[in-house]
Ligand binder design. Sequence first.
Ligand code: R1P
Ligand code: URA
Length: 292
Amino acid sequence: MKKYFPSSELIINEDGSVFHLHVKPEWLADKVILVGDPGRVALVASHFENKECEVESREFKTITGTYKGKRITVVSTGIGCDNIDIVMNELDALANIDFVTREEKDQFRQLELVRIGTCGGLQPNTPVGTFVCSQKSIGFDGLLNFYAGRNAVCDLPFERAFLNHMGWSGNMCAPAPYVIDASEELIDRIAKDDMVRGVTIAAGGFFGPQGRELRIPLADPKQNDKIETFEYKSYKITNFEMESSALAGLSRLMGHKAMTVCMVIANRLIKEANTGYKNTIDTLIKTVLDRI
Ligand code: R1P
Ligand code: URA
């Protein structure tokens, strides 16, 4: 029996596009670039030879076009893992659910998703301007816990080692952080040997959850010191951003290939930041477009 998805579960707009993204099934390419900032979509698409569609709704802006003969869709996700839940489920529905019959398609279509973002660096080898690929992501967001199969795709010994090191219990570890791998094949193809490969914490906020203290004190003032000294096997935590865990986790569960690469715009160790990063991120964009 094929799975059927009623209109309350998979919402399709009157024009046949998916609810939040407003993208129609025929507009989705197999290769997808995800960016946080809607303004970054135009920067990616400025390298396309042609554009076949352009649509915008809330923080989700989408352009599909061609780069050196490769058909690519670029979508903005806005900020946070909650938005990644929407974007990943809607992209997967566009690829793998028939929008006319509302049934799962017979043939699985695999997407290749690369997130190009910005992040905060946590180690001496992640100064401002570094490109960091998230080999593993530690999700502080709890999203994956709502899906069956979470334990089968996560690195449970790594999760235990991290929680032990942090000494967190009670509210500090609810929801328990989950640890998830990016696609090894994508990382090898895109990071090659000129990007730092690391472990990324996808935080549920920019301030407190990343150890930034403005007027309200932190629950664990030693949080970032402990994160910076954590080591498991040969892994150290390299950076903070806010989406890579949900992207890697949902992709694993759905059968897609995904990875995140971010440019460091703030180094938390030496307390420096760079807000004028538009040119450097364009170098990263061109590199990903060439390698995807
Ligand atoms: C916070 O400033 C935002 O920047 C990072 C974080 O993950 C978060 O989304 O990524 P983007 O530059 O892709 O938005
Ligand atoms: N994005 C983040 O989430 N954190 C930083 O420090 C910089 C960019």
